[in-house]
Design a protein around this ligand. Structure first.
Ligand SMILES: N[C@@H](CCC(=O)N[C@@H](CS)C(=O)NCC(=O)O)C(=O)O
Length: 211
């Protein structure tokens, strides 16, 4: 398997899951120009990371990659199989993270895609932070009384949350202010798989571990 990703991006989630699976894989970290190259866009026409190439077949979209990895690796215990208890919840939370939480960050990181006037970037970022708060608050309420998103078992949904919750540690309302999400992120930071991904990316966890 080969994963195309970039340090600190949502592709971090897929690499965490590949570490959990434990099979050999390769990762190629792309820069922005690499994501827009014709060679890469032949694999992922959106020109974004992640893309997973498994058995010579490229698969894009984080949600699709995570479900593929669950289905192809039943022994890895990274999420319920089709028909098992919790599978619907897995669909629900992967969809929520992919389609609701993730896009709320885009105007924050790329305000120039939404507005021409640079003077308005702070206002766009403020609005994005408010939408992220709306989505994180829903996840925070769900995590009350649960160890992980799906209950007592860690799954690909937690890995998917990891990069996005990490981005929001720098927000005015930091991820640290969502105690249940913060707890899950700290559990993940203690996981050797997550540490291996940070080492491979040359990144460090965003959360202040001393706090
Ligand atoms: N819907 C895509 C979105 C992927 C995405 O937005 N990836 C970001 C990194 S987190 C990216 O590559 N951005 C580059 C760009 O937007 O040009 C997915 O879930 O895989």
């Amino acid at each position: 398997m080969k994963l195309y990703s970039a340090p600190g991006t949502c592709g971090t989630a897929m690499q965490i899951v590949l570490e959990w699976i434990g099979k050999p894989y390769e990762v190629e970290h792309l820069d922005f120009a690499g994501m827009k190259s014709p060679e890469y866009m032949a694999l992922n026409p959106a020109g974004v990371v992640p893309t997973l190439v498994d058995h010579d077949t490229p698969l894009s979209e984080g949600l699709a990659i995570l479900l593929h990895l669950v289905d192809q690796n039943p022994d890895a215990k990274i999420g319920p199989a089709a028909g098992e208890n919790g599978r619907d919840d897995l669909y629900r939370w992967l969809a929520f993270i992919s389609a609701t939480l993730h896009p709320f960050f885009w105007p924050y990181f790329m305000p120039m895609r939404y507005i021409d006037d640079e003077a308005q970037y702070p206002a766009v970022r403020k609005a994005a932070e408010a939408r992220v708060d709306y989505a994180l608050s829903i996840i925070e309420a769900h995590l009350k009384g649960r160890d992980w998103i799906l209950g007592d078992k860690k799954s690909v949904a937690d890995a998917f949350l990891y990069p996005m919750a990490s981005w929001a540690y720098g927000f005015e309302k930091s991820t640290a202010k969502y105690p249940n999400i913060d707890r899950v992120i700290r559990q993940l930071i203690a996981d050797p798989a997550v540490q291996a991904v940070h080492a491979s990316q040359g990144t460090t966890p965003k959360v202040d571990l001393a706090a």
